[in-house]
Design a protein around this ligand. Structure first.
Ligand SMILES: [Zn+2]
Length: 150
């Protein structure tokens, strides 16, 4: 992550909000402070937002945060084959956690039970739970900041 692309998060106020400018006024915001994400298309009543929300579980919808610019923030979902997954789990908008589930390389034995091109599985046994503001620790837990050895 480049430092000059970090701004203040309009949801949680942390200074670790990564801004990715994709041109044509399209910007993606991903906050490492609170783990929420939005983009300039996620405005209230937009078709794009509707489509995004449609596929999200209820808990994500309950957690939508609308900032002063009318952008709708939702919890991020991380899914990187050789690192792992981060998603949310909980009972309500007041009672939830990040679940960080590391990926594990399949053993030769296990490979027989997985699709041919699979080399990793999600290691739920080693999943760990993190509080909202510890999103960055969840990222660290599955090794998102490690450089690939290959
Ligand atoms: Zn934030």
């Amino acid at each position: 992550m480049q430092k000059d692309n970090l701004g203040i998060c309009s949801r949680c106020g942390s200074d670790a909000c990564y801004e990715n400018n994709l041109g044509a006024d399209y910007k993606v915001y991903m906050c490492y402070g609170c783990g929420f994400t939005t983009n300039t298309l996620m405005t209230e009543d937009s078709e794009f937002l509707e489509e995004q929300l449609e596929v999200l579980p209820e808990l994500y919808k309950d957690l939508v945060y609308i900032d002063d610019n009318g952008l709708n923030w939702v919890p991020s979902t991380i899914n990187v084959e050789n690192k792992g997954m981060i998603f949310i789990q909980g009972k309500s908008a007041e009672d939830w956690n990040w679940v960080a589930c590391p990926a594990k390389e399949l053993t030769e034995e296990e490979k027989a039970n997985f699709p041919e091109d699979a080399t990793y599985k999600m290691d739920m046994k080693n999943a760990s739970y993190f509080k909202e503001r510890d999103f960055i620790e969840a990222m660290d837990y599955i090794g998102m900041f490690e450089v690939n050895e290959q």
